[in-house]
Write a protein that binds this ligand. Structure first.
Ligand SMILES: Nc1ncnc2c1ncn2[C@@H]1O[C@H](COP(=O)(O)OP(=O)(O)OP(=O)(O)O)[C@@H](O)[C@H]1O
Length: 921
């Protein structure tokens, strides 16, 4: 009994042990099977990734078949797409991990292209490989998407083109996110190929043949950003809604000259609504049905890896039924990709190849294809974006957030195919411009504003098209218009006014910042604005009686006061005549107008010692003045002093005559002015010479004398007497001013550099007399400079034709001469100083001479006034302001005189050179 019990116990233990062992074996077998299946799945994935499904099935079925797998195709579309400038982008540096970062970006680009293939519409396309940055794909290789008739050919080749355009869009999106400018150069060809798999290890599926070679040549000989197609491809696509242009003959290596075409993009008219497609349906086949069929096919075919299906059954079905079909896919359980709500429309299971050209209405096929949004209603499928790194995902997400073609929507967004189909394709402007990728990658030119242009063009006073200057120049360009209008009399007090009131500034006319600031119509004093008969008469009388040198150093202070005073103080001029120029230049501290003593006393004080001037720099106005003059007053003053001493100036009275000034002016102008003879006598207007013409006559006589002596002229230096009222026409104005427009524009540009200097003076109400005082100093400074220049010329005893060149040489020789910032491309003007950094321009000074003549101060003669620029700043006017003044005045100034005055001013402005200022000296 005891033995029996032991036996039973031992047997039970044996059974338990066997059971346990069996369990372990079974568990081990199970786990190993699971692992094997997982590995098998993985291998299948890899295989189906490496090879097309049908080729993979071939190798899975005939594992031991080592023969070459090959298959010939009659029609295949081949595309080569190369990122042309990736080589420039790729660099192996430490900063980019020896080029890894560059490759990372390339990988993302290629992955994006691959991702396109996961879209249903591009299911017929088979990626072949990538060679560097060249993407190679083909259509018509898959058994279910063979091109067997012309209709298929159009359809599939167009699909290939759509894929190319989608690639371009993707690349454009990548460029926008990566701040690159990658461009795609694409070549497409159609023809027969041989496909096969090469290699026992790492087998590679490839296609060969002349078609492939030509496609590659289309790419290599193509243009960046364009799609070059062969003649054969064009014949296929010629009825498709693509914009194609014949490029001509391209010399292809090994092929000779080939006619190629550039496929620019889709035609805009291809944006077709679904209701436009409906009439194209025939029988029970309509576009919706066609589309649905393709949807189903594509969705099925897109699942290249039959993971849930026995591979042998899959391959058997595949081979028996001639490839993937809808039924195959349905049997294979791939229908779940369509979703339960998908097939709302009756699915017409007609084969695609039965669709005729008319049925397809191909030109619409590409657009009838679901838009990107519709495509994303496709079955959920892991795309490349799911497999790439998180960086890639972030990149794609960020890009998708900016573009409608984001990658997120392609995942997990399931929709009703029928409803999607029934909806018209989403208008895709991006597609519409896809052919212009290059163009669209650049921002549109933002030209000048319409307002600005219209304003400029509408200004009838403009006689020449202004160059594309900044808008700020507009108002200044207008000032150069020869036609004097009432609006021209508005004064551009300072550039800042331009920004404040653009409308007004366009009407502003300035000759120079200095002149115009003092020639405000509204602020002009009556004495300054109106030329009275008695004033002119006194001018004329004084021109013949007064000593021209008396007022050489007449301070503008006194001039200003004299102009305002009913009775001038001649003594003041003499008091200031021997004054040191230091006190007369722009650095002289201004004094409050209300606190000024009478002119003579004041100037006596000022002229006492130069140090007196310096001691008066305590006022805020003085500080402002210093700022205005760039803080270089002392240098300029010192230089003038040196120059005067060095050149041993002749007596100032000799230089102060109007003849000298005119000769200087004419001499400068003669170098550039065309010969102009004054054929009109002073009294050409008939009747008695008006008081105003008395002043002019004085100038004319002087000028005529010089003109007769000098045969050379340039630039149309014209004296007031030059044109009679009867011969004065607008043409004469234009003829004269047109050559000067460029100079004036240059001058305007230069004046812009001084804008900031005048901003503080723009408000006359705020600064009041300070502006005038600053101008007074500026004119005094200019006076000295002009005197210095005159002395230089006088020291040569005779004017020579190469004055300008001499002046230019002098300027050039002074290496320490400061740049004025004036830039010109005109060699003749290169060395011609238009402005003085510290003060007025020469032209302004000369213009002030003319103004002084018209201002007609009683206490000074014309000659002295002209030479020493003793003029009232209140009376200092631009030609435009003179025009207004004359229009309002009782005197009948002809337009001719005005134009001549203006011409003279312009000529002077063009003729005088820079002052030679030097820090080193
Ligand atoms: N299967 C292919 N994959 C990639 N490129 C190909 C393929 N077949 C041809 N090409 C490319 O097509 C181009 C034309 O080839 P082809 O045989 O006509 O001239 P080739 O003398 O070989 O070209 P190359 O002088 O550029 O080497 C070649 O640059 C080649 O790289």
């Amino acid at each position: 009994m005891r033995l029996f019990l032991l036996t039973v116990l031992w047997h039970g233990r044996q059974i338990e042990w066997m059971a346990r062992l069996d369990f372990l074996w079974q568990w081990q077998a199970y786990t190993e099977k699971q692992e094997m299946e997982a590995l098998q799945q993985s291998n299948r994935k890899i295989l189906f990734n490496l090879l097309p499904a049908h080729v993979a099935c071939h190798f899975l079925e005939f594992r031991n078949d080592i023969d070459l797998y090959h298959q010939s195709y009659e029609k295949v579309g081949v595309v080569f797409a190369s990122i042309t400038n990736f080589q420039e982008f790729y660099t192996e540096l430490d900063g980019n991990n020896q080029g890894v970062e560059c490759l990372r970006l390339l990988n993302e680009i290629i992955a994006d292209f691959d991702e396109l293939l996961s879209q249903d519409q591009f299911a017929p396309i088979d990626k072949i490989k990538t060679v560097g940055s060249t993407y190679m794909a083909a259509v018509g290789l898959l058994p279910e998407h063979k091109i067997e008739n012309p209709n298929d050919e159009v359809f599939y080749i167009s699909t290939l083109v759509e894929f190319v355009l989608a690639m371009q869009e993707r690349l454009l999106a990548i460029n926008e996110n990566s701040y690159n400018n990658f461009m795609l150069r694409v070549g497409v060809n159609v023809g027969n190929v041989v496909a096969g798999v090469i290699g026992a290890r790492k087998p590679q599926y490839d296609i060969w043949g002349n078609t492939v070679n030509v496609a590659s040549r289309m790419e290599s000989t193509g243009l960046a950003g364009h799609v070059q197609i062969s003649e054969e491809t064009y014949q296929v696509l010629k009825n498709c809604p693509y914009e194609m242009h014949c490029r001509g003959t391209v010399n292809v290596k090994g092929k000779g000259k080939m006619t190629t075409y550039l496929l620019v993009g889709r035609k805009q008219s291809t944006t077709m609504r679904i209701d436009e497609v409906q009439p194209r349906k025939q029988g029970n086949m309509n576009m919706n049905g066609f589309f649905l069929q393709n949807q189903q096919l594509n969705m099925s075919n897109s699942v290249e890896i039959p993971q849930q299906q026995n591979i042998q059954n899959f391959c058997r079905n595949f081979n028996e039924q001639g490839g993937l079909s809808l039924s195959n896919m349905e049997q294979g359980g791939e229908r779940d990709h369509t979703g339960e709500n998908e097939p709302l429309l009756p699915p017409p299971p007609l084969p695609l190849r039965n669709i005729t050209d008319v049925e397809l209405g191909w030109p619409r096929i590409a657009k009838v294809y679901p838009s990107e949004r519709e495509k994303r209603t496709a079955p959920v499928k892991r795309t490349h974006s799911d497999r790439v790194t998180s960086h890639k995902d972030n990149y794609v997400r960020s890009r998708s957030s900016k573009h409608a073609h984001g990658a997120e929507n392609s995942r997990g967004v399931r929709g009703r195919v029928g409803s999607d189909i029934s909806l018209p394709p989403k208008p895709n402007n991006h597609h519409g411009k896809s052919g212009n990728i290059v163009q669209s990658s650049y921002p549109p030119y933002d030209g000048p504003s319409t307002q600005s242009m219209s304003d400029s063009s509408s200004d009838e006073s403009s006689t020449s098209t202004p160059p594309p200057l900044p808008p700020k120049d507009d108002c200044r360009l207008q000032q150069a218009t020869p036609k004097l209008t009432v609006n021209d009399n508005h004064v551009n007090k300072c550039p800042s006014n331009s920004s404040r009131d653009s409308t007004k500034t366009r009407e502003q006319a300035i000759e120079s910042p200095m002149v115009t600031r003092s020639s405000t119509k509204s602020s002009r004093s009556p004495s300054g604005n109106d030329i009275r008969t008695d004033d002119i008469s006194r001018l004329d009388v004084q021109s013949s009686n007064s000593n021209p040198g008396d007022n050489l150093y007449h301070s503008p202070h006194s001039s200003m006061r004299n102009s305002k005073a009913t009775s001038p103080i001649p003594g003041s001029d003499r008091d200031t005549s021997d004054r040191s120029p230091h006190c007369n230049n722009a650095m002289e501290p201004p004094q409050a107008s209300d606190s000024r003593s009478p002119a003579g006393a004041n100037h006596s004080n000022n002229s006492s010692t130069p140090s007196t001037c310096a001691r008066k720099d305590s006022s805020s106005q003085t500080d402002k003045s210093y700022v205005l003059k760039g803080g270089r007053i002392s240098d300029f003053e010192r230089e003038i002093k040196k120059l005067l001493e060095r050149q041993r100036l002749p007596p100032v009275d000799e230089l102060a005559s109007v003849e000298k000034v005119l000769s200087v002016m004419e001499k400068f102008s003669n170098n550039k002015s065309p010969p102009r003879r004054s054929s009109v006598p002073e009294d050409s207007r008939g009747g008695e010479p008006g008081p105003c013409r008395i002043g002019l006559a004085a100038l004319q006589q002087k000028a005529l004398k010089q003109q007769e002596a000098l045969s050379k002229t340039a630039l149309g230096f014209r004296f007031p007497v030059d044109v009679s009222p009867t011969t004065s026409t607008s043409n004469s104005h234009n003829n004269f001013f047109e050559p000067n427009m460029r100079d004036l524009r240059r001058r305007v540009r230069w004046n812009e550099a001084k804008d900031s200097e005048y901003e503080n003076l723009e408000t006359e109400e705020e600064y009041g007399e300070n502006d005038e005082e600053a101008e007074i100093r500026a004119f005094e400074e200019e006076e000295k400079r002009l005197m210095e220049k005159t002395n230089d010329e006088v020291s040569q005893s005779e004017w020579s034709d190469d004055d300008d060149s001499d002046g230019a040489n002098r300027n050039n020789q002074d290496g320490d001469e400061e740049s004025t910032g004036y830039v010109t491309d005109d060699p003749a003007l290169e060395n011609m100083s238009m402005t003085n950094e510290h003060g007025l321009t020469d032209a302004e000074g000369a213009l002030s001479d003319v103004n002084s003549v018209f201002a007609g101060d009683d206490d000074v003669s014309i000659s002295s006034r002209a030479s020493s620029r003793l003029f009232d700043l209140g009376a200092l006017r631009s030609v435009d302001s003179l025009n207004t003044m004359l229009e309002d005045s009782e005197y009948e100034f002809s337009d001719t005189h005005l134009s001549n005055l203006r011409s003279m001013s312009e000529s002077i402005a063009k003729s005088f050179g820079h002052p030679q200022t030097s820090d080193s000296e």
